[in-house]
Design a binder for this molecule. Sequence first.
Ligand code: NAD
Length: 431
Amino acid sequence: MSVATVLPPQENKTNDAPSNASKLNFNRITDEQFLLAAEHMGLEDEIQKLLITPYRELIVQVPVRMDDGKLELFHGFRVQHNAVRGPYKGGLRFHHHVDLAEVRSLAALMTWKTAIVDVPFGGAKGGVTCDPTSMSRKELQSLTRGFAQKIDMALGVYRDIVAPDVGTNAQVMAWFMDEYGKKHGYTPAIVTGKPVRLGGSLGREEATGRGVMIITLEACKAYGIDVKRASIAVQGFGNVGSWASRLLAQRGANIVAVSDVKGGIFKEGGLDIDAVLAHVKETGSVVDMPGTRPCGNEELLTLDVDVLIPAALGGSITRHNVENVSAKLIVEAANSPVTPRADEALRARNIPVIPDILANAGGVTVSYFEWVQNLQQFSWSHEKVNVELEERMLKAWWNVHTRSVEEKTPLRIAAFTEALHRVAEATRQRY
Ligand code: NAD
């Protein structure tokens, strides 16, 4: 089936805009990846239609009285994509690029991600179009509480569970849980990624980065890269990028470059990641780290390294810069960092890409552990969390890698196929 026969016509926008990621239609990108896998596995049309269509989409207004006394109106979204395998589950993004298409795309990715690591959740995502970096703590708290009130009717510990994403963190989850609790009573399981003292799980903060590390080690083995000699560049030094860098450096890898929204840094023999973290804590950015040279975000993507880990936002590697990418292996720590056209170009050059729905699934895996602990009113040790995470990530890697080899298909199609089989089977059993 061709892409055009399934997608609504208004979604036929460009898949590969030049340098501005906000112009990319991420929903279209995710749908295209879905359809390639659906075609590969011969998925019947009626199931394709069900699985490509979000179940429910909420668009809400969130008025906030700002510190200067003015009333500002924000737009919030919650997209519930699919819940045949369990309650909707997905993060909440605060960013000025957030729109319905992006949230839709991220919601669908969650459906495939939860299926790959085989946790009993579906997929959802939320977002508010705002710039959290320019808002005070009081304004962010009002925005979070206002948004929680507006989507409250669609949430529930067995219906839809929220988590942090770009621009949100454990504090935002604490406010969200507190607001939800005003109406429903004590309900820690309504959010994951909350502070440990409020019922958060040990190991959740680092979980996505730890999952990226586990998958990177396996991928290096599979593609003949010795991690102890490997050079790695990481775009985005937030939660995911900084933890992946730190944990890979602990395994002996040379993290030669890292970056954030303000710019990047490079050091030939490898950066001291703990020192970079201390510098970020002090200055708010990786830039101007003593003993390093500046390395802009575009240059970072073109460095001659063994492994490139995009861990910032979607759409960083497009057809416009893909020919300059020199890495031997790409691990998608961010969601949708490689566009479909860039993906094709990398495939033509035999550069393997470990897809987001596998590489960054560690976060939702430990979110599942957190939810289980909250429901049982019982907490696990940090070690137990890490052991269970590694087990699930390795199993997911081997399922996807084996399918890729046996079916002679790229890892992304193998990953989507693996996930689609699980979701499609549950769908057929329900209807
Ligand atoms: P974060 O907000 O903690 O960090 C994002 C980082 O990217 C920051 O260092 C920021 O400065 C940088 N950045 C932003 N715009 C940039 C740009 N244009 N160029 C270069 N760097 C830029 O977010 P995070 O939680 O680390 O998430 C990063 C990515 O990982 C996102 O795509 C997110 O959806 C994905 N992800 C996160 C989780 C999680 O558990 N946090 C789970 C799965 C996937």
